[in-house]
Design a binder for this molecule. Structure first.
Ligand code: 26Q
Length: 831
């Protein structure tokens, strides 16, 4: 490094933000860099050239931002997440760069259509659902608030699978999102890090006679970082998302080569590179997969080593202030092996004592929990950890022993606390409970909605809450209004800005100034016209996606999210079947036409979820083919629901279905996107629905189902057969399901669903909430019939949605957990 000749960049003029500069750069990239001309090109290269043009402008921000953080010696947060569901970046980059009309002028001069060119970008689908999208919204808010936050994640070659529907069944296809190039990333091989696997642990005595441990004979894999710029909203800040990609080391190759086998050497390389090949498509834990554990350790180790590289560069081997300068926010337990890895690096590599290392670790780790399903809490077998990362497992054992000693002090002679709370379970097949490791190793543990955090304190983590009463806290989720209102719903954004100004873009609470306008008939008319136009776009999306024509004047009743029993897409279908029966019996006086739209992916190994998709499709086929439903009812399963389809769907939705079994959905974030865009919610008292209802008022929310307490109570003696027998509508629905009407050529295929509804062990209690759901849907239908009232409620929902901005969420993380100083970037000297 010392002899390295520095390249002078300070005299460079930054790329212009005027339309001429944009046009010139676009042409240069298109022609000189990409080698295309208008005779031999595809529109794809127009997108690439435009992305490169914008990326140049983002890089200026990246450099200024980095320089400013270094200048201030800023405390930093490293957000560790296995998932980032970024979606598309082009529109976001253009919006956040503050190019204003210059961007549109440039597009016009180039003869490019923004809508069209935006569609050419492939979604970056590096996540499953809520947790991954939350990480992406958080990065947006952190950059907008000028907070020194770096995201660390994995650069999967294959993101979330593409979903096709064949004969009603889900088919998974690989999503090779990097094909055709990913113009937003910058590879930084100079920051590669080795990650160790396997090998054995060795003790040795150093020259001063001190005992140490080292981890030797390991099979190392190289982690190469790829940086993606994360621009704040028109504030000059551009933070970084650093994604790691695995490649084999040359030694790795040599080992095998010396053993004389070239093909085995290549096979070994491929195995190493497999680590970052594919995102696991489960949104609840599928335990035990070795490759998944490799991914988790790979992320944790590479990211921590990257932080140490920077620290040692600046401070040498003095770690006194390390915890003052860092916080690692763990996005669920997925990266929580970082607790032990940080201890290992401090002790084995940098020579700290256990106590000094623990003091640092437990003062810079913070853990966010995203689930209330006990079966979804991650556990890893001790045997597997021992084999894969022996030294790390040794450290986990030591953390566990010391923690157990602490429990003994607090609850002397009470083995039950120890059994329940231990990090490593007792018995013949011990496992590491990753949540316990994360809680013990963190100074903050948070849930993601008020109810969720309360239930964590009372249930899953109650022992820990007793032991450390200040550690558990709540941070209700939010979403970024820049993507989820301004960019995805320009018509509504313009109407809002014309009425209350544009302050809401960085201060969503200002939407409350819309509330008085709900009583203004002219404003309601404009509001409704925007909604109608957005519904036409949803209708076009549906027409293209599955060939069905929707009725633009009908209620658009939408449930899009991962397919899960607890989310109860099944309850939604049962309601549609009920509506079909009402039509059949001629019970259609004052009928409100309705289009029910369901979308979402099932984990490939989740049998029931896949069967629910099949049921939705089969019922849809019957409903849509029945001439009696014409103009009254449509049911659609929209294939391949993803971030980009949500950007079209949420502006054009009337009714958002959020009907999980109470006490099961940690928060939900789709519920917030719909609300911001003026949808009304039909929902249970679960997750953030409760806060949504409080914000907008009970009159403007369609409540259904049992609350969490009632669910717990009813579970004691749940009698679905009795419930079905007592409800004529449900009885009829179950009869037609059982008759095989929806699966005439596939006898019996829906029996597992029918059986689950009738089972007293149905954890999701679908039958119990059916009558109340149907009643709430009747209120929906009659309210929708009164267009003025509905529109008023729609406006009031948007007006009350200010609380659900991720800016608010991030401010709370920062106030209570991170304690970062916001900084505004200054130009790097010379720039
Ligand atoms: C774990 C182990 C092995 C393989 C996969 C997984 C895995 C992957 C993803 C487990 C869980 C997830 C994702 C969970 C998730 O998205 N949870 C959702 O998080 C949202 C953001 O906080 C909440 O709004 C939702 O309520 C919650 O379900």
């Amino acid at each position: 490094m010392s002899k390295h000749k520095k390249i002078e960049t300070t005299a460079l003029t930054p790329p212009g933000h005027d339309s001429e500069s944009l046009v010139k750069d676009f042409r240069r990239y298109f022609s000189h860099t990409l080698g295309r001309n208008h005779y031999q090109s595809t529109p794809h290269y127009e997108y690439i050239a435009l992305a490169m043009t914008l990326r140049d402008r983002l890089m200026v921000g990246v450099n200024n931002t980095r320089h400013t953080y270094e200048h201030h010696d800023s405390r930093r947060v490293c957000y560790l997440s296995m998932e980032y569901l970024i979606g598309r970046s082009l529109r976001n980059a253009a919006l956040n760069l503050d190019l204003g009309d210059e961007f549109n002028t440039a597009l016009e001069q180039l003869g490019l259509d923004e809508e069209e060119i935006v569609e050419l970008e492939h979604d970056a689908g590096l996540g499953n659902g809520g947790l991954g999208r939350l990480a992406a919204c958080f990065l947006d808010s952190c950059a907008t608030l000028g907070l020194p936050v770096i995201g660390y994640g994995i650069r999967y070659q294959y993101g979330m699978f593409r979903q096709k529907i064949a004969d009603g069944h889900q088919i998974e296809e690989p999503d090779s999102w990097l094909r055709g190039g990913h113009p937003w990333e910058i590879e930084r091989p100079e920051y590669e890090q080795p990650v160790q696997f396997g090998g054995r642990v060795e003790r040795y005595i150093d020259d001063d006679g001190r005992a140490h441990t080292r981890w030797v004979d390991t099979h190392d894999v190289l982690a190469i970082p790829f940086d993606i710029p994360v621009p704040g909203y028109q504030n000059g800040t551009v933070n970084t998302l650093r994604l790691w990609s695995a490649v084999a080391t040359d030694e790795f190759n040599l080992d095998e080569f010396n053993a004389g086998s070239y093909t085995e050497a290549v096979a070994a390389r491929i195995a190493a590179e497999n680590i970052t090949m594919v995102l696991y498509p489960n949104d609840a834990s599928e335990n035990g997969k070795e490759l998944r554990l490799r991914q988790q350790y790979f992320l944790a180790s590479a990211s921590l080593k990257d932080v140490f590289r920077q620290w040692v560069n600046r401070h040498g081997e003095n770690f006194d202030n390390f915890a003052d300068k860092h916080c690692f926010q763990l996005n669920d337990t997925h990266p929580s092996i970082a607790v032990a890895e940080l201890m290992r690096l401090l002790i084995d590599v940098h020579g700290l004592t256990w106590d000094a290392a623990w003091n640092i670790t437990s003062n810079c780790m913070a853990y966010t929990n995203h689930t209330l399903l006990p079966e979804a809490l991650e556990c890893w077998s001790v045997g597997l950890l021992e084999q894969l990362v022996p030294r790390v497992m040794e450290i986990v054992r030591e953390i566990n022993s010391r923690f157990i000693a602490e429990i003994e002090v607090r609850w002397p002679g009470d083995p039950e606390y120890r059994e329940r709370m231990a990090i490593i379970t007792e018995g013949p097949d011990p496992v590491v409970r990753m949540a316990h490791l994360a809680i013990v190793g963190s100074y903050s543990v948070n849930g993601v909605a008020e109810l969720h955090s309360k239930l964590l304190k009372q249930g899953l983590f109650s022992d820990f809450h007793q032991l450390w009463p200040t550690r558990l806290n709540n941070k209700t989720n939010g979403v970024t209004q820049r993507r989820w209102l301004k960019a995805c719903n320009p018509e509504l954004s313009n109407l809002i800005t014309a009425s209350i100004g544009e302050g809401w873009v960085t201060d969503l609470e200002q939407l409350k100034n819309l509330a008085p306008l709900a009583r203004d008939a002219a404003f309601r008319e404009s509001w409704q016209a925007v909604k109608q136009a957005n519904k036409m776009k949803v209708a076009a999306l549906v027409k293209e996606g599955c060939g069905i024509e929707l009725y633009p004047d009908a209620i658009f009743d939408v449930q899009v999210k991962r397919i899960h029993e607890y989310k109860r897409q099944l309850l939604n279908v049962l309601h549609v079947i009920h509506l079909l029966q009402r039509i059949h019996r001629g019970d259609v006086a004052d009928w409100t036409p309705r289009c029910v739209l369901i979308g979402g992916k099932a984990a490939p190994g989740y049998f029931m979820a896949k069967l629910i998709i099949k049921l939705i499709n089969n019922v849809a086929k019957v409903v849509n083919a029945d001439p009696r439903t014409r103009g009254l009812l449509r049911l659609v399963f929209l294939p391949n629901y993803n971030v980009s389809t949500m950007e079209t769907i949420c502006p054009g939705c009337d009714l958002s279905a959020q009907i999980s079994t109470a006490g099961k959905e940690a928060s939900g974030t789709g519920n917030m996107k719909f609300m911001i865009n003026g949808a009304l919610t039909i929902g249970t008292l679960d997750g953030a629905n409760i806060e949504i209802r409080e914000a907008v008022g009970a009159d403007n929310f369609f409540l259904c189902g049992m609350n969490a307490e009632e669910v717990a109570e009813k579970r004691e003696q749940y009698d679905p057969k009795g419930i079905v027998a007592a409800d004529d509508d449900l009885c009829e629905v179950m009869e037609v399901l059982q008759s095989g009407h929806f699966n005439l050529s596939e006898p019996g295929i829906f029996n597992p669903i029918i059986d689950s509804i009738f089972s007293p062990h149905d954890a999701w209690m679908t039958a119990a909430d059916f009558p109340s759901f149907v009643a709430a849907q009747r209120r929906v239908a009659s309210t929708f019939g009164d267009r003025e009232r509905w529109t008023e409620m729609s406006i009031l929902n948007t007006a009350a949605s200010g609380h659900f901005s991720s800016d608010r969420t991030i401010r709370e993380y920062n106030r209570d957990i991170w304690r970062l100083e916001p900084v505004s970037p200054v130009r790097e000297p010379g720039h």
